[in-house]
Design a protein around this ligand. Structure first.
Ligand code: ADP
Ligand code: MG
Length: 348
């Protein structure tokens, strides 16, 4: 943990002192934030819009390792993963609440650092922090963020809604966050064995993908500008294959993905090779990319074709078409979710 040299015990401040200290740093900027921290509950004005609500919990030792994740990054990521879910509904995130379980291992300064990341994400994405909860934990750190967003009823996009022949589109590139994690885990193991300083050179992009992911607000805005409304949408937290299957199942469709169309950054590609991994497998099953995966009507092809931020990677078929991956030689394989299963592997 990279914290300042000062160490103030949590017990010195107490729960109320800590909440007071946090709330002193928080401003409310949205007109819909009627009441934030300081009462029994926050008050939000939906202004006639539909509200979308989502929660994600991050548990030390399960979802993150403070051996290589700075607290500021952790705070930022804890917010961003929730905002990504709101954007995946084609809604605008407006408010968050943050709940923390803290052991006395953490001084007040560590909480300050965590909130630096949380508040940076709030400013970056224009959301107000309107409440939370704080309690003690016997050992580790647990951070749970709830995000609340809003949209006109007809704007909301569900996982369900794709039709046969709709194009399957993904934003950005895939597999980077997973390869970033592999590099961090490798360097941690080397450090434990030999005390050698980590060699992270040349891996900046994928480390950033893992440690400081962004939610694709820009893609939601781009689609509005292009006048394209996705027929179904999901964000990629568990891996492309898993999320594509979710879209297909929700709509009762089949899906085809073309290996050669998968967007993979050169750094991701090179690092996968270095680790003797297949870059396509990393793109299909590596988690935590927080890109958007969505379907659009075939008639929208001209509007999205050639956009550097969007890749058309396949299409929806009828249910009988099944779930297929077409390899670079044209061979067919069953598309399987081998990604991050919350109970099989350390992450979700
Ligand atoms: P209660 O006992 O009614 O649950 P709390 O003492 O837990 O109230 O919280 C007091 C206020 O501080 C509430 O507005 C709550 O939303 C806010 N709050 C508590 N913990 C946090 C936190 N970790 N981050 C932001 N706001 C918090
Ligand atoms: Mg409380």
């Amino acid at each position: 943990m990279s914290i300042s040299t000062e160490r103030t015990e949590l017990a010195e401040l107490g729960e109320f002192g800590l909440i007071q200290r946090l709330s002193a740093r928080i401003t409310l900027d949205r007109p819909s934030s009627v009441k934030g921290i300081g009462d029994d509950a926050a008050v939000i004005d939906p202004a006639g819009l539909h509200q979308v609500v989502t929660t994600d919990m991050l548990v030390e030792g399960v979802h993150f390792d403070l051996g290589y994740v700075p607290l500021k990054h952790l705070g930022y990521k804890a917010v961003v993963v929730n905002l990504s879910d709101v954007y995946a509904m084609n809604a605008t995130p407006q408010h968050i609440t943050v709940s923390l379980a803290l052991s006395n291992r953490f001084p007040v300064e560590a909480v300050d650092e965590l909130y630096e990341g949380i508040l940076l994400a709030c400013r970056t994405y224009g959301v107000d922090l309107v409440g939370g909860d704080t309690c003690a934990s016997p050992s580790g750190l647990v951070i749970s963020v709830t995000a609340i967003g809003a949209a006109n009823r007809e704007e909301i996009v569900y996982r369900k809604g794709s039709r046969v022949n709709d194009l399957l589109v993904v934003s950005g590139d895939l597999g980077g966050a997973y390869m970033g994690l592999q590099v961090l885990e490798r360097e941690k193991a080397v450090f434990q064995d030999t005390n050698a300083q980590p060699d992270l050179d040349g891996h900046d992009y994928i480390l950033e993908r893992q440690l400081k992911p962004e939610a694709r607000r820009d893609i939601i805005q781009l689609l509005k500008q292009l006048d394209v409304r996705p027929t179904s949408m999901i964000d990629i937290s568990d891996g492309l294959a898993s999320e594509a299957l979710h879209l297909a199942h929700a709509s009762g469709n089949g899906v085809v993905i073309y290996d050669e169309k998968l967007p993979i950054d050169p750094t991701t590609y090179r690092t996968a090779r270095e680790f003797d991994l297949d870059p396509s497998t990393c793109a299909l099953n590596g988690g935590e990319d927080y890109e958007l995966l969505f379907t659009v009507a075939l008639s929208d092809l001209e509007k999205i074709k050639g956009n550097p931020d969007l890749s058309i990677i396949g299409h929806m078929t009828d249910k009988e078409g099944g779930h297929q991956l077409v390899d670079k030689q044209g061979g067919l394989h069953a598309l399987r979710a081998q990604g991050w299963d919350a109970f099989l592997r350390s992450g979700s």
